[in-house]
Design a protein around this ligand. Sequence first.
Ligand SMILES: *Cc1c(COP(=O)(O)O)cnc(C)c1O
Length: 641
Amino acid sequence: MSSVIEQTSEIYGIANWGADYFGVNRKGNLIVYSPENENLTADVKEIIDDLRKRGIGTPVLLRFPQLLFGQIRKLQTAFRKSIKEFEYDGGHLCVFPMKVNQNRAVIEEYLKEGSRYNFGLEAGSKAELYAALAMDQAKDSLLVLNGFKDRDFVRLAFAGAGAGKNVVIVIEKMSELEHTLNLVQEVTAENPEASLPTLGVRVKLYSKGSGKWEKSGGEAAKFGLTTTEILDVIGRLQDAGRIELLRLLHFHIGSQLTDIKRIKNAMKEAARTYAKIRQMGVPIEYLDVGGGMAVDYDGSRTSFESSANYNAREFANDVIYVIKTVCEDENVPHPTIIQESGRYLSAYHAILVTNIQDEIETVVEDRTPMKMQKDDPQVVRELYDLRETINGKNYREYYHDALEHREELFTMFDLGLISLEDKGKGEVLFWDVCEKADQYAQQKKYVSEEFDDLRRLMCAKYLANFSVFRSVPDNWALEQLFPIVPIHKLNKKPTEFATLCDITCDSDGIVDKFVDLHDVKPVLELQKLSPDEPYYLAIMLVGAYQEVMGNNHNLFGAPHEAHIHIGEDGYIIKKVINGETLADVLETVRFDANQLHDQFRRQVMKRIKEGEISTKAGNSLIEFYENQAESYTYLSPNGTP
Ligand SMILES: *Cc1c(COP(=O)(O)O)cnc(C)c1O
């Protein structure tokens, strides 16, 4: 017999998707393990209680930089071991693609750990490059620039080289090469010894990835140069006498690559391209294999969209082995491998904790035992009979009958034949029959699809204090799954099935697909809500893409944020950053709080002048309004001030 805690951990799949970072302690609370020492843990419920005392309510984003370090080391170790095992001559370096999470804390923490292995950065826009230029990077790390570039962008790259960084401009368009060659001339005319950026080319591969981002690869991809264009770049550089600048060959076939076979095919094609270019006498030394290492969000280890059928070590083995084999076949040196994995490194480190605010009633429940009256309409009596006589043998038939009677009930109401009270009574009875039918159906070995649908209909709808659009936009836009788990009460068996509704006024703001080992769950097992006790859930693995892709829909702003260190004495809250206020989010849509205050005040003053309200009442209205500008955009949990 396994303990309740083991059973609940299994329900939520913590061991499947948790990558050994998460668990449950004896109190039944969710904990985060320090990757360096599994004896050190942080109790997430304690953190939330502590933050509450400091006036930081939910929703709150918790960052655990140590998990970012853990992922960096996992990736670095995997490649180090593969390089050793296959006697590969080249090295392995990472550049963190800033678009995955540009948050300053994330970039700084990444560089702190990554610099030990000469890991650098990748920037895809002028703004990202601008920030990257000011960061301290390890001397031998790279700063790789992808994306479309204008002259200013290229100029900034030269500024970076001037400041001592190893900048690589990856050519996506011929015009970028022209800007670069012009600037090379300009800079070297002034100082022939000036440090220059080096160049890369992004190749369009025939190979495609798998999963949601399949379109990033293949012939029709947005990025990458065709074979002819690459030959043009080489020719142009040779003519300019600058072929020595071309050092890197890049490709990226998409994010969340779920299938290792596709990755291997792309590696083969890219390695062959590298070899052929190398044989032309071009001194390429880096083969940049892009990002795309997938995170196993549902823990199923499959090629399903939210999963991956490989781990870091298999990925590293395949990359190293394929590239080595092709290089030996073609008799060219082994390149140093550059990896641009972002999702894999940063997904785990952040979790969003929020409270369940309430339950949304959709199923009418029978609160007072219902008695039949003589003058009840026939349809209500029949529903009553069904409720009284439904059993394990007839439940399917009776459920179908109930559906029919409900139709009849609505039709009769529309025709004015029954009263509102009769309709209400009939609805309650209908749901009673459904509930009983659901209970009988779930006892059977095989639950037919119609009863699965019924379960979805019957399930509770919990109102969660967050915005899907702000905090898990990929769940809305791409149906990407994120594990969701209560942070406490995990020592009690969940009794309810629920879906989650967020607090936006948008019917898309729901979560009704949950991770499962074999399938996707339509409902999540949760505890029954109790009115005088908060219930907190954590949305896990939200450290990649979600923060910056999240939007202000309904003007819900960035949530509070806390940075947590896991140490000898449990957790240390290193830093708290307040979430956006009403004034902050209104500013993003060009409202100015002061101006709003003036306008509101003017309306109230008019009412005072007209004698509609007293001066005292008016002033307190104004004061209240102005104070709200600094309040949080989310709901205050019920029962808290
Ligand atoms: C987005 C992107 C990445 C990061 O991909 P992940 O799936 O997060 O690893 C890497 N390289 C390029 C060129 C990208 O556009």
